[in-house]
Structures are given as C-alpha cells and as structure tokens.
Design a protein. Sequence first.
Lengths: 281, 250
Amino acid sequence: MSAPLLEIDGLTVTFPTARGPVDVVKGISFTLGRERLGIVGESGSGKSMTGRAILRLIRKPGKVAARRMTFDGIDLLSRSERQMRDLRGARISMVMQDPKFSLNPVMTVGEQIAEALVTHKKLPRRELKERVLAMLEAVRINEPSRVADLYPHEVSGGMGQRIMIAMMLIPEPDLLIADEPTSALDVSVQAQVLDIIDDLVTGKGMGLILISHDLNLVSRYCDRILVMNSGEIVEQCKASDLHKAKHPYTRGLIAAMPRMDEDRDELPVLDRSTWTTGAGT
Amino acid sequence: MTNTAIHLENLSISYGDTAVVHDVTFDVAEGESFALVGESGSGKSTILKAISGLAPDWTGTISVEGKARGHAPDRAFAETCQMVFQDPYGSLHPRKTVDTCLAEPLAIHGIGGRDSRVKDMLAAVGLDQRFRFRFPHQLSGGQRQRVAIARALMLEPRVLLLDEPTSALDVSVQAEILNLLKKLRREQGLTYLMVTHNLPVVSFLCDRLAVMRYGRVVEIAGVDALKSGRLSEPYSRELYAASGGTLQSA
C-alpha cells in the first residue's frame, strides 16, 4: 500500500474555560489510507472536534496543536488560512449533520452545488450545468433539473442531505469527512444516504472518515473503527472485529444497545468508574 | 381480556386542510406497552398529540381509561394521561428550577404535600436530591429527560404517551432511560403508548407495535413477530431491513 492519505500524530484541541484550558481532544494519533474509517463516541467525546481540526475549522479561542498533521504530503499545520481554503472542498470536504442549517436558504440547490465547483475551477456555464445535473443524478435524485431550481426549504431532509453530499463530492475531493451525516434522517432514508456515500467513495477510491455515535451503523459501513471517549482513542479495531472489542467502554457501549431480538430484562448501564480511574496507566 | 386503557376508533386528524391521519383504529390494554413506528410524516406523533389534546382538529373516537375525550382542554384528563416529549432540551422551562417544574402540576390541580411528593418523585426517577433546585441548563440530557418523566408522573397518571423519549440521547444514557421506563411501568402498572423509529427499542420495551405509513396503520403485530423478523406487510419488512434486522419468511 502507498503512503497514507492522512497522518495525524498527537492532535490536541484546547478550549479556554473559566477554570483554565480544557483539552477536548487529548493528543490522538491515527493514519488513514484510501479506506473507510469510522470514529465513534458519545456526545463530548471529541469526535466532531477531531473532524474539524483536520480541516482547521476550529474557531478561536479554540486551539489546535499536533506534532504532525499531514494530508497527502502537505503539512496542514503550517498552511496559511488562504492556502487552507484551496484545500477545503477541493481536496478534503465535509458533510455536516443537519441539512437544514448547512445549506444556504436564499440560493437554489443548483446554484449552491455549482458554487462549490466554480470556487476551485473555472468552467463554461453549459458544462457547469451538466456537471451539476450529473452529480444530482449520482446522488439518486429524480428529475435533477427540477430539483436544481428548488430552494432548500422546498426539499425533504433526506433530499437535503443528498444535495449536501452532491455539493461536497462535485469537486472530486480525496477525502470526505462525514460528521453524523444521517442522524437527522429517518432509518429508511439513512441506509439510502449511506449507500450513496459508500458507492461514491469506493467508486472513486477516496478516503472516508465517518463520524457517528451509532456503533452498528459505523460497523456496517466502515473498514476500521476508532472508539473515542473524553478526547482519547480508547480502542482501534477492524469493523468486523468489533464484537471482540476489549476496552470496557466499547464493550459497555455495545452491551447498552437494545438488540432487535431483545430478551434481556434490563440493559447493562456503563459503569464509568472502571476505566476513568485506570486512565493514564 | 383486561380493561382497555386507550381506545381509538376511526380516528382521522388534520392540520387545517391537510389530513394527516386517516381512519386509525386500535386498542391498548391496561398495563400494555404499545409502540407506533414509521418514518417522519407518517402521523405517529400526531396521534399522541390528538390524544393529549394538542391537535384538536380530529374526528372519530378517542377514549382513555373508559372516558371519551372531548375536543376542549380537559383538566381531569391530565390526571389520567400525560405525555413525555422527544427533546429534553426543549420541553423544560429554562427559567424554572426542577422543583418548580415538578410542583407546578400539583399546584394547578390543588394537591397538597408538594414537598414530599417532589422528593419521592425525584427518588423514583433516580435523581439525587441535590438536583432539586437546579435549572435545566445545569443538567445533562439524560438528567433532563428524567425530570421530564418525573413531571409527567407527578399527577399519578395511568397512561403515559411517550414521543421518541430517547432519540435525543446517547446510547449509554438511552439504556438508563429505557431501564427507568421499564422499572416504572412494572412498579406502577402504567400503560405506555410510545412513538419511535428505533425498532430495537420497541423490542426492549413494548408488547405490541403498529407500523404506520402515510397516516394509516399498515400492520399491527406482536413484539415476537418483530424479534423473529416475521412481520408480514412489505413496508414493515422494508423498515425492519433498514434497521439492520435479518428477515425471516412471514
């Protein structure tokens, strides 16, 4: 295998608080090839912050520090804001959680998708339109030419999320970071949206980071899984080996999920004391 | 057969000119836990709203614990039937302490002994007494949902309407709330009518389920059919497969 697409070593994200600085991500390291990596954890585990830090999207007063953070040989830490902007969207792009808040309400869907492309590449108008319609079709939207003229409030949640995916994939990036891409969607639509991401990602040989709180979902769509808890990676494993997870936190999470053929009378609850005391050893 | 806790007959509900629920008929027995599942817009939450009086534009029959429900707000109704909402961040008043919030239903209904009732209820939902004088923003999501459940139980209702009670919570917190709901039902013999899109949760907490689509009930099945993957309608099976279940022939 070739050199990894993304190399992260000792990534720390810090926010100042009234009680002094708090590390929300505590020196984590991982590498990513052209594969599908899942980051799982509960609220406040630092998984979204990790995703944002890769794109240097953490606003002041938050601080990002790392020993090494490279993407395809490019050092992400030393890049200026302007240089980062060339990278965002074109090489690395990000799908956010809720299409309702992430799409521009006063621009039509078509214009927004075109904008994502034009920012990085000048194209004649006719070709631009063709690319947009082709992309909408790729995310399985019926009647793309009609949908391109709609405003975000006129489309459903699932469609909005597919539009966002279209927008993020049209510049053909090498890495897609999907932060809870389906948690605002219905179960039946969730599977569709993830299948689309999966098809496009594997079809184009991109890297994918799927950030989610849903262990089942991540294990279905990813090759490798990182489990995060309070800013640290507590477990790394292959998705297929998830049931063999060793860390008490991962095991607790798996056990706490109700199953389809549930026959337990009570769900085991995480006993947080078992590993917080052991941290640092 | 045991008594019927909730009886719905030919219930149709509309918002203005738009009909959202069509001719829904089902019964929930006393002490039973019944789930409504389906995707957004299928009308499942609307049914709960109509029962609790938040969607007054309906036709048909709704009766709870043998009493028919009228279209007007009904104070006595609140004593038999209460609702818990999805979002614990939105359903608690941000400027009222847990104590005020729990004592309010008692004040409205002129019930005495508020101090001890609030204390007992906090204990029943597994919250420490030190949370009593806190504001919602000082609590975590799971703690807030416990407060919301406590508030619903203050008037000692027989029936609880649960609208996606755990979907805004983390997996480990969801487990705690589900255990709590199961415990309360066992201890107080409550009847649950729960809306959810999470089929494994149904499998854990419910006895029967109704699958809804486009405002109609597609299928009513026992939880055994769900556990073994033997739902019969094509749409129910589709939903089941999307939730990661392995289908068996019906």
